[in-house]
Design a protein around this ligand. Structure first.
Ligand SMILES: Cc1cc2nc3c(=O)[nH]c(=O)nc-3n(C[C@H](O)[C@H](O)[C@H](O)COP(=O)(O)OP(=O)(O)OC[C@H]3O[C@@H](n4cnc5c(N)ncnc54)[C@H](O)[C@@H]3O)c2cc1C
Ligand code: FES
Length: 506
């Protein structure tokens, strides 16, 4: 089970199914075990298989059914928190390394698409940064100048421009970033997985890793009892399940919302669109049949577990989009997912702190598609060659001094959450909980997560997240419990949907 069991279904799953794979039913020995079959795990497993390594890939749910199936798949090497913020945080040299490496990740995807002749709508296109609704022309021009100067400092391609084809922004100051890209993520990854298996790689679904024994070799035990023993192991579980605090205190989970609509072809040029708000809205197109394409919009992010108003957020997202594109057609899909924002805007990809033969790839920072493909290149180099030119940018054990303020503010959520143990519960009695709803019930000194699933069955578990004990929060839109501290998710019946938790709610 994984986030495929959330209530909403993404646009990509309408026309593409998850690849079939069996459960791990016997012990396996290999050079590299990769845990997690999203874009990060599949890219890592594939690059290592191409280099002749014997690789076993395992996933707790269907292959590709994690956050990768909930993405909007902008392949944008530009730091989505802004290049000026990235330079302030990491300095020019590391910001340049970030930019180059993210570009290399997109190039790598493009090469695989060409070599394997993958029919996944991959294309290069422009990315446009346009003003937030509240900005006047002066404010927008100031923001453009700041980001232009930052891009110029580190050699990223950018041009000043005037206007995009979005209502009210036809003559606004904008920036154009050439050479971005996009694709259909599931079509791409299905083809890569198929070639991974042709190269001798083995992939298993519905096999959650529940125990890790470390030594000269790493031994992973899956929930069915079978094991994978490997010289090296890579945790590409979106949120690492092998580290307790070190990494999780340096990133924070945010829920983000997306919708897909029909749009008459030609209404909007095929490009990536991002506004200058924080959190920002993101828009792209996808080819459709006949004279119809699809427009995919995302945004309205909030810290996971700190809001339970998904329907209102979808309404706001749709209203925002229709105001900018009055010709928008009918809705095709609505869904949400989680991103992990790191304190310094870059992912954590490399050797797990203090470990010789265990690696992690996490901290997507809203750019998990490019981070995932990059993890394939970087971890391949660390395992095969011992080093990679960009390892300092993504070093999991880093703690940049400029990130201390963000470190403290993101970890306040955890402090506030533990203080919640002293507050009364949200609901008075389990009987009052309606189908599809849930809340925290105080019973004596204990707190319980109580929900009634849409079929009317009542579920009651301890409200303590099995990762580090924060109080979980009900998510009516996705019919699951979200942990605001580090992003674990649990189904109504307590089963784990997303790490870092490994054990179900008690
Ligand atoms: C709405 C939305 C829009 C987004 N838009 C963009 C975008 O435009 N561009 C971009 O670059 N990024 C975007 N992202 C982010 C990006 O999609 C994700 O960061 C990326 O897909 C994460 O890939 P992953 O491989 O790290 O994780 P996942 O795809 O979640 O894969 C991790 C896998 O690990 C498995 N797993 C977990 N625990 C275990 C265990 N114990 N044992 C075995 N397996 C386990 C899970 O089942 C899962 O399949 C978006 C995300 C969302 C939600
Ligand atoms: S995810 Fe860490 S305490 Fe819940």
């Amino acid at each position: 089970m994984n986030v495929t069991s959330e209530a909403t279904k993404s646009f990509w799953t309408i026309d593409t199914s998850f690849p079939k794979a069996s459960r791990l039913g016997q012990d396996e020995h290999c050079d590299v075990a990769v845990i997690g079959a999203g874009i990060a795990g599949v890219s890592i497993a594939y690059e290592l298989a191409l280099a002749g390594r014997k690789v076993v890939l395992v996933d707790r749910g269907p292959l590709l059914g994690g956050m990768t199936s909930r993405t909007t798949a902008h392949l944008a090497p530009i730091c989505d928190d802004g290049l000026s913020a990235l330079i302030d945080m990491r300095g020019e040299a590391l910001a340049r390394g970030f930019q180059e490496s993210q570009q290399a990740a997109v190039d790598c995807i493009e090469q695989h698409v060409a070599r394997l002749e993958i029919d996944c709508d991959f294309r290069r296109l422009d990315g446009f940064l346009f003003p937030a609704a509240w900005m006047d022309e002066k404010e927008a021009a100031r923001e453009c100048n700041k980001e232009y100067a930052a891009a110029a400092k580190i050699g990223a391609q950018v041009e000043h421009g005037k206007g995009v084809q979005l209502k009210g922004h036809e003559s606004a100051p904008i920036l154009r970033y050439p050479n971005q890209a996009t694709f259909h993520p599931l079509k791409y990854l299905r083809a890569v997985l198929a070639d991974f298996e042709k190269q001798g790689g083995k992939a298993f679904a519905d096999s959650a890793v529940v125990e890790t024994d470390e030594g000269n070799e790493v031994r992973l035990k899956c929930d069915g009892g079978s094991t994978v023993t490997a010289s090296n192991a890579v945790f590409a579980t979106n949120s690492p399940i092998n580290t307790w605090v070190k990494i999780h205190s340096k990133m924070a989970p945010y829920r983000t919302y997306a919708m897909a609509f029909d749009i008459p072809r030609g209404t909007l040029p095929d490009a990536l669109y991002w506004d200058m708000d924080d959190p920002y809205y993101y828009v792209r197109l996808n080819p459709g049949p006949g004279k119809t394409d699809y427009l995919i919009v995302g945004g309205r992010d909030h810290r996971s577990g700190e809001a339970n108003d998904g329907e209102a957020r979808f309404t706001a997202l749709e209203a925002w989009m229709r105001a900018l594109v009055p010709g928008l057609g009918r809705e095709r899909a609505r869904w949400s997912g989680q991103v992990l924002e790191t304190i310094d805007y870059c992912g954590f990809i490399g050797r797990s702190p203090g470990k010789g033969n265990i690696f992690i790839a996490t901290g997507d920072s809203g750019q998990g598609m490019t981070h995932g493909a990059l993890a394939g290149l970087l971890i391949h180099d660390l395992i095969v060659n011992g080093s990679n030119p960009w390892e300092a940018v993504y070093a999991p054990d880093r703690m940049p001094p400029a990130a201390s303020a963000r470190y403290l503010s993101e970890n306040l959520t955890t402090v506030k959450n533990f203080a919640g143990y002293l507050l009364p519960g949200e609901i008075k009695s389990a009987e009052d909980v309606k189908p599809g709803e849930g809340g925290i019930l105080q019973d004596g000194l204990s707190k319980f997560a109580v929900c009634r699933d849409r079929e009317g069955k009542l579920h009651r578990h301890s409200a303590s997240c099995t990762h580090l004990g924060c109080i979980v929060q009900w998510n009516s839109t996705e019919q699951c419990w979200d942990c605001p501290c580090h992003g674990s998710q649990f189904a109504a019946d307590g089963a784990v949907l997303n790490g870092p938790a490994v054990r179900r709610l008690v």
